[in-house]
Design a protein around this ligand. Sequence first.
Ligand code: PMP
Length: 370
Amino acid sequence: MTNARQDVCNFNPGPAALPDEVLQQAQAELLNWGGCGLSVLEMSHRSKEYEGIQARAEEALRQLLDIPDDYRVLFLQGGASLQFAMVPMNFLPSGGVADYVLTGSWSEKALQDAQRLGQPRVAASTKEGGYRTIPSWRDLQPAPGSAYVHITSNNTIEGTQWQDLAHGLTVPVVADMSSDIASRPFRVADYHLIYAGAQKNIGPSGVTVVLVRESWLQQAEEIANQRNLPTMLRYAIHAKNKSLYNTPPTFAVYLVGLVAEWSLRQGGLSAMAERNRAKANLIYEAIDQSHGFYQGVAEPSCRSLMNITFRLADAELEAKFLQEAKTRGLIGLGGHRSVGGMRASLYNAVPYEACVRLREFMDDFRHRFS
Ligand code: PMP
């Protein structure tokens, strides 16, 4: 079966939909970027052209996320998964304590790597209830002398999201924002470090964006020295070298720039949040008005606007749903392999019209099978 791009609605969890406009721009510039006669794919990362491309990507991200001047923007590799290790390597002194908030499988993975490097403590966990909820900031009591508190702002697999990112804690807070960065306004300055694999809301896979408070990097350097960390694992080295210590993922960085510029043209984070809420409402309504035909996984007050998770009565019906959805061009709706069920990922680049098509399909499927 062949599909035209406009026939397909992409609900993949990541790598995920990218805006048509961005892909068209990349296509138009692919063979000859800016009249220099080379593709971005072929440029030296030490060239003036690439330097300009990276600076432009950083500038667009700074504008979009309103990043304060005393924060560094790093473009790293190894995915968000490498950040699970780099954060404790650089910020958790040997024998030191840090606080981890467990809200899903990705936070568990972050904790596991920290356990290899120090004594992280579980400051709160919603595992017992099947990760259907998010704890309240008020209930978090960081351990005395805690190096940082680590949270996962959006739980991609479970479909829950911190509704409020303002925390009021005095300990440094680190956030894995892989699956909801740039989807709504928040204050970067509330976090000492933010990391995000780009492949959901801000670009393709292959680059991880890290925002880090400049003054905290000194501490990272001291801890890295204590631990005798290899060069590539040190934030301070990447910061000093402007993410050009080694060859960066040049094309991915270029695309992050184009996506950030596109997001600004859409009206920035407030406009994104409004669109994302309208998109998610369409699908949550289909769930809530289905008299239990569709069962939402997340507790309603903790629902994610990015990843909507739901179940049907049994595995057979779920398989039928996925298969029919696919024949209608609605793809990527299967839940994570560890939990099954359904998941609709509605990142920034998923158009409202795609959500309307999914809603229509959900209503139609329910009428036929309930
Ligand atoms: N954290 C979160 C919240 C994620 O959703 C993911 C990927 N789905 C990861 C971490 C891991 O990211 P990566 O594959 O880039 O290592």
